[in-house]
Write a protein that binds this ligand. Structure first.
Ligand SMILES: O=P(O)(O)OC[C@H]1O[C@H](OP(=O)(O)OP(=O)(O)O)[C@H](O)[C@@H]1O
Ligand SMILES: O=c1cc[nH]c(=O)[nH]1
Ligand SMILES: [Mg+2]
Length: 232
């Protein structure tokens, strides 16, 4: 885990060749849906594991069949709350809960409009109450302009006041990180890699394209459905 000196509380996993290998597979345009989703699950599992290094554990004393010894017991790991931002955080969350298996989960939907406003439509928020001892992890693979996460954090803060708010993602653009840090300086950010910049459509460069579409396919425009079924 490497701290990025441009901001406080921002970390990447560029020091892990294995995570870079998974990221490279995700970036490649040859990688199709199933492999893409599996890559996100793998990243979630290993980023979750790396993230536990930042959590408090408890000392414990146990007895093996032979003698007494010191040990370590779950502390913060018992109080994890994961927010999954639809769509593409689903496989990342699946990976995260392999390490953070006690996590309670809330779901929000977010759909980003077009440039230059990138307005966020959020019409589904199902989040159980967040407690003061919780480490709140918002899982969203892409931090581009940061609009999705700014809206998500604003809404989620209405559901309780957790011990920590943490974003775990795959790629971030510097623009998005700066926007989040300006409004929420205490929010911590952990991503596999921080990329170079955004293009004028708000895509991360070099990036991996539209992550939701790469994981689940490009959605059809519902207004075209009757035509497609010859109903018009
Ligand atoms: O930082 P931002 O500029 O807000 O962009 C990032 C968002 O874009 C993607 O979601 P998208 O809106 O494409 O939804 P999808 O997962 O349903 O495709 C991604 O999962 C982020 O939530
Ligand atoms: O590069 C980007 C930016 C936003 N959303 C994506 O899926 N990819
Ligand atoms: Mg998308």
């Amino acid at each position: 885990m490497i701290k990025d000196n441009r901001w406080n509380g921002v970390y990447s996993f560029e020091d892990s060749p294995y995570l870079m290998e998974i990221l490279t597979e995700l970036r490649s345009k040859e990688t199709e849906n199933i492999k893409f989703r599996k890559g996100l699950v793998k990243l979630g599992r290993y980023m979750g594991y790396e993230f536990t290094r930042t959590m408090d554990f408890k000392k414990t004393r146990i007895e093996t069949p032979l003698e007494k010894t010191d040990g370590v017991a779950s502390g913060d790991r018992d109080h994890v709350f994961i927010i999954t931002v639809l769509r593409v955080a689903i496989p990342l969350m699946e990976g995260l809960i392999k390490t953070l298996e006690h996590a309670r989960v809330g779901i929000v939907s977010a759909s980003r409009g077009k440039a230059p406003d990138f307005e966020i439509e959020m019409n589904y928020i199902k989040v159980p109450r967040i407690k003061e001892e919780d480490t709140l992890i918002i899982s969203d693979p892409m931090i581009a302009t940061g609009s999705t996460l700014l809206k998500t954090i604003t809404e989620i803060k209405k559901c309780g006041n957790p011990k920590r708010i943490v974003i775990i993602g795959v790629l971030a653009a510097p623009e998005g990180i700066t926007a989040i840090k300006e409004e929420f300086p205490d929010v911590e950010i952990y991503v596999t890699k921080i990329d170079r910049e955004l293009n004028d459509k708000g895509y991360i460069l070099p990036g991996l394209g539209d992550a939701g579409d790469r994981a689940f396919g490009e959605p059809i425009n519902i207004s075209l459905l009757p035509m497609m079924h010859n109903l018009e």
